[in-house]
Design a protein around this ligand. Structure first.
Ligand SMILES: [Zn+2]
Length: 414
C-alpha cells in the first residue's frame, strides 16, 4: 500500500503538470448572451482524481457584456461544477447504489485510498442517478411519440413481465396530505413500483419452468401507474417484446397491474400469482374461523385449495357465494373475496398454464422488491426524498441490468 500510495502521489504530480493548460491562442469565445467572452487568465482548481488531489489550471473567459464566466476545458474534461474527476464520480455512484452512503465513503477510503465524505457520496450518486433517470425519461417520451425501432435478434420463446409495489420510507414533506395505511396516522411511505422482464426457454423434467440465467432486467420508480406503464413497456420492447412467441404478464391481484397490462401488453397471457390467490383463501379462512386453526385448515382442505389449484374457479366462487352469515360485515368481506376470484378467474387457469410449462408465481419480482429496493432503500433509519430514492433506484437498476459502464462510455464519447 505504501508503494501504491507513493506511485499515486507521483502520478498526481504528473497529472497536475498535464492539466496546466497553456494560455490559449483563441482570445475570445461565444457567450450564451450572444456577445463574446474574453480570455482573462488561467485559473486553478483542486480536483480529486483516482490518483489523489491534483490541480488543474485552465483558461477562464469572462463576458464583459453579461459578466458570465466560463471554463471550456471543464466541459471537455467532464468536470463542470464538480471537484471530482469522472472516475472518482463513477466510484462514488457505484458504492452509493450498493450500500448506505457512509459505507460507501469507507469503501472508497479502504479500497481506493480516497478521502471523501458520506455527503459527497450521496450527492454524486444521486446526481448520476438523476442523470440516468433523465435519459430514461427522454427515451420513454420518445417511445410514446414515435414508433420504436424494431430490435433485431433471435425470436424469444417466452417473455415474462412481472410487476409489484413496495413502500419506501420517505421524509415528512413527501407525504403531506396523504392518508396512511392505518386510519388517523399519516403515511410515512410512498409506493415504489418495480417491474422486471425475463425470458424462459426450458423447463425441468418435472415440467416446472426455468428462468433463463442472467435474463432478468429491472426497472422502477416512485411514480404513478401511467408513467410506470411507459417505463415497463420500453424495457419490454428493448428486450424483444415484438418478437416474443409467447408473452406473459404475472402479478398479484392489484387492479393497477391489470389495467396496465390491458393498456400496454394486450397480447399477453395474464396470470395471477398462485401464492397470492392462496393467501386470499387463507385470509378468508381466518375470517370464517378466527379462533379455530383446525377448522380453518379443514375449511381450506375440504375443497377450496384443490379448486383453486385445479383452476376450478367457478366452483370456488359458487361455494363462497353460498356461505350465509348474519354478520353483515363478514358477509361483505366474503362477497369481496368471491368477487376477487370471479374477476380474476381467467387469470387462474393453473393446470392449463402448467401444461404450457409457464411460471404461475411472481417470485422473481417479489425477490426483486427485496433485493433491488428493500436492501438499499428500506434499511432502518432511512428516509428518502422522492427524487433521492428515484435517483438511487435508477442507478441500481442500471447497474443490475449491466448498463452502468455503457452510461460512462457514452459520457466519455460525449
Ligand atoms: Zn455574455
Amino acid at each position: 500500500m505504501l508503494v501504491r500510495s507513493a506511485l499515486h502521489q507521483a502520478g498526481a504530480c504528473a497529472l497536475t503538470e498535464l492539466l496546466r493548460f497553456p494560455a490559449p491562442e483563441q482570445r475570445t469565445i461565444p457567450c450564451g448572451c450572444g456577445h463574446q467572452a474574453r480570455y482573462r487568465e488561467l485559473r486553478s482548481k483542486t480536483i480529486l482524481t483516482v490518483l489523489g488531489e491534483v490541480v488543474a489550471a485552465r483558461p477562464y473567459y469572462l463576458c464583459p457584456h453579461c459578466q458570465q464566466g466560463q471554463f471550456p476545458a471543464d466541459a471537455q474534461l467532464d468536470m463542470v461544477d464538480t471537484s471530482f474527476s469522472p472516475d472518482v464520480r463513477r466510484m462514488q455512484a457505484l458504492v452509493g447504489q450498493q450500500a448506505p452512503f457512509d459505507q460507501g465513503r469507507e469503501q472508497l477510503r479502504l479500497l481506493a485510498g480516497l478521502q471523501v465524505t458520506a455527503k459527497s457520496v450521496e450527492r454524486v450518486a444521486e446526481a448520476i442517478g438523476a442523470d440516468i433517470a433523465r435519459q430514461e425519461q427522454h427515451e420513454m417520451d420518445r417511445a410514446v411519440q414515435l414508433h420504436l425501432p424494431i430490435v433485431i435478434g433471435e425470436p424469444v420463446p417466452i417473455l415474462y413481465i412481472q410487476m409489484d409495489g413496495t413502500g419506501v420510507p420517505v421524509v415528512k414533506k413527501e407525504t403531506v396530505g396523504r392518508k396512511g395505511k392505518i386510519d388517523g396516522l399519516p403515511a410515512h411511505t410512498r409506493e415504489a413500483k418495480l417491474g422486471c422482464v425475463f425470458t424462459q426457454t426450458k423447463w425441468e423434467d418435472a415440467g416446472f419452468a426455468i428462468r433463463d440465467p442472467d435474463s432478468t432486467n429491472y426497472t422502477g420508480a416512485i411514480e404513478n401507474a401511467e408513467q410506470f406503464g411507459k417505463r415497463l413497456y420500453l424495457e419490454a420492447w428493448n428486450r424483444g417484446w415484438s418478437r416474443a412467441q409467447k408473452k406473459v404478464v404475472l402479478g398479484d391481484g392489484a387492479e393497477w397491474i391489470w389495467n396496465l397490462a390491458q393498456q400496454h401488453f394486450p397480447a399477453a397471457i395474464q396470470i395471477v400469482d398462485l401464492f397470492h390467490a392462496r393467501q386470499h383463501l387463507w385470509n378468508l379462512a381466518r375470517l370464517l374461523h378466527p379462533q379455530h386453526a383446525k377448522r380453518r385448515n379443514a375449511w381450506i382442505g375440504l375443497h377450496q385449495k384443490r379448486w383453486l389449484d385445479k383452476g376450478k374457479i367457478a366452483k370456488l366462487v359458487a361455494a363462497l357465494r353460498s356461505i350465509h352469515t348474519a354478520d353483515a360485515d363478514l358477509a361483505k368481506k366474503i362477497r369481496n373475496e368471491a368477487d376477487y376470484f370471479a374477476n380474476n378467474a381467467t387469470r387462474m387457469n393453473y393446470p392449463q398454464l402448467r401444461k404450457q410449462h409457464l411460471f404461475v408465481g411472481s417470485g422473481v419480482i417479489e425477490a426483486g422488491c427485496k433485493s433491488v429496493i428493500g436492501q438499499r432503500l428500506k434499511q432502518s433509519g432511512m428516509f428518502w426524498t422522492i427524487n433521492g430514492a428515484n435517483s438511487i433506484l435508477a442507478l441500481r437498476c442500471s447497474h443490475l441490468n449491466g448498463r452502468f459502464e455503457n452510461y460512462w462510455e457514452s459520457r466519455r464519447v460525449a
